[in-house]
Design a protein around this ligand. Structure first.
Ligand SMILES: *Cc1c(COP(=O)(O)O)cnc(C)c1O
Length: 491
């Protein structure tokens, strides 16, 4: 076979090596140098936003030139070693190579081929890495938002079926469904409740203790009050690492409260589930065996490119009943009984388990991360990130002019400069944060913990070094001292 060539005059469908090498050179340069903030050099790229629709194409070389010269050097700062705001980061090289390969050679997760096989294998590996029950089966989607939606869709279907109603087929049944979560639970749960017709108002947002964890007694009281009023508890959500502070709820105790009331138990581990690879924290994950569903985002702590999360459930046929599109001649009708060639079957019908039909082979990105680093490498990286947060918290406790607002379970620390009158601390720390992001390479976010304004670094970036973490704490002290001195000399 001599291969195929696109007809002359059309777009390139080959020459990947040259195109990706040019883009790869620009990406490597980005990793090697400290670039100016894109806002400081707007004129270098903003013209791209003003260009009219091209009448004539400029060709592949021009596309690749603009990618390498204009877009890549002026992209998001999320991958920088000091970027600690979001719970996403710049992906590792292995996962980017896998994503690029899949975009061309594994263009769909359906049909029978190597990418389809790796999709399923990587789900098994991911569940095992995260300490989930061996019988759990998974589904990839675009992120934690969709993963939570799918899990709660399963919970909703389950609650209906337990009462003889097929909610996906027949729609609203008059069941007064209620979801239980804490104030620290991610708001994607509210959105899922809205989309699934449960209603955001029917998410009971329960208060947490001073370590940002949901207490089982608080949950039990809320569920019992609803049961007494004739409502139907649909799902209890426990956090295996909150987005705000990294707190891990008492998973087993919450699971027992849910099970005692025949209620679906969901564990949101979008960020924090891989934290169980750090054996010092693993006991805090006790109780995952009670989970009916769990989610984890490989695009967070595992360093896959943004766009991949996994939902795990015990029985994927429940997902199929919740999310089926019904029969379609252009899909099922196109396949034969005999499986002789790769196009004779959809393979594992992932498209019936969630809300996406066409979808990339995302599993290969997760597979690449795990093949690259192995369980031991990932455990080491995750433990190191937890060490970073523990170090920042310890400096916060021990330094005379700092304060630590949390005892980190995982890789998020919350500290503040505290050498000023209490009523000025929030504004002072807000000013310190502004100066950090404008004048230093350290880009933490801010949050409120137990009512206090906090500077919050979230360490998940494989590029971060000890030097950066130490430099960050030193910078908070230095800027805080300067700000206090400035205020002191003001008349
Ligand atoms: C980030 C996050 C989500 C949402 O995930 P996306 O991938 O951003 O959609 C949900 N839950 C938790 C705990 C998260 O940290």
């Amino acid at each position: 076979m001599t291969g195929w060539r696109a007809p002359a005059g059309g777009p390139q469908t080959a020459h990947f090596e040259a195109a990706l090498a040019r883009v790869g050179r620009a990406l490597d340069a980005r990793e090697a140098t400290e670039l100016p903030d894109p806002q400081a050099v707007r004129e270098a790229w903003s013209f791209l936003a003003d260009q009219p629709l091209p009448g004539q194409g400029s060709g592949l070389d021009e596309v690749v030139r603009r990618l390498g010269d204009v877009l890549v050097p002026h992209g998001a700062r999320v991958s920088e070693p000091g970027f600690w705001m979001f719970v996403t980061t710049g992906p590792t090289t292995a996962s980017v190579a896998a994503a690029a390969a899949a975009h061309v050679a594994g263009t769909q997760r359906s049909l029978l081929h190597a990418f389809n096989a790796v999709e399923e294998r990587s789900l098994h590996w991911l569940a095992e890495l995260c300490g989930l029950p061996a019988e759990m089966r998974g589904l990839y989607s675009s992120g934690g938002s969709t993963a939570n939606l799918v899990a709660l869709g399963a919970a909703r279907q389950h609650a209906g079926e337990a009462r003889g109603v097929d909610l996906a087929a027949d729609g609203s049944s008059g069941l007064d469904l209620v979801v239980y979560a804490s104030t620290e639970t991610h708001h994607t749960v509210q959105r899922a409740a809205g989309v699934l017709g449960i209603g955001r108002a029917n998410v009971r947002v329960l208060p947490v203790d001073r370590h940002q964890r949901l207490e089982p007694g608080v949950l039990a009281a809320a569920m019992d009050a609803d049961l007494a009023d004739g409502r139907v508890p649909m799902a209890v959500i426990a956090n295996a690492g909150t987005t705000n502070t990294g707190a891990i709820d008492p998973i087993r105790a919450l699971g027992q409260v849910a099970k005692a009331r025949d209620t679906w138990f969901h564990v949101d581990g979008a960020y924090g589930l891989p934290g169980c690879l750090d054996e010092r924290v693993r006991p805090r994950y006790d109780g995952l065996d009670l989970a009916d569903s769990a989610i984890v985002d490989p695009h967070k702590w595992l360093g896959a490119p943004v766009g991949v999360a996994a939902t795990f459930v015990r029985d994927r046929t429940l997902l199929q009943r919740a999310f089926t599109q019904g029969h379609a001649d252009y899909l099922e009708g196109a396949f034969t009984e005999a499986v002789e060639v790769s196009v004779d079957s959809m393979g594992i019908p992932y498209s019936d388990f969630g809300v996406e039909l066409s979808a990339p082979s995302r599993g290969v990105q997760v597979w690449a991360v795990i093949v690259d680093e192995g369980r031991a490498g990932l455990a080491q990286r995750i433990s190191r990130d937890n060490d970073f947060a523990a170090y920042v918290a310890r400096r916060g406790r021990e330094h005379a002019r700092l304060e630590s607002l949390t005892e980190p379970d995982l890789s998020i620390a919350c500290i503040r400069y505290a050498a000023a009158p209490g009523d000025r601390l929030d504004a002072l720390n807000a000013r310190i944060h502004r100066r950090l992001v404008r004048q230093t390479p350290y880009l933490p976010s801010t949050t409120i913990v137990n009512g206090a304004f906090a500077i919050r670094p979230c360490f998940i970036n494989p590029r971060t070094t000890w030097e950066m973490v130490e430099g960050f704490v030193d910078a908070v002290v230095r800027i805080g001292d300067e700000e206090v001195a400035i205020t002191a000399v003001r008349p």
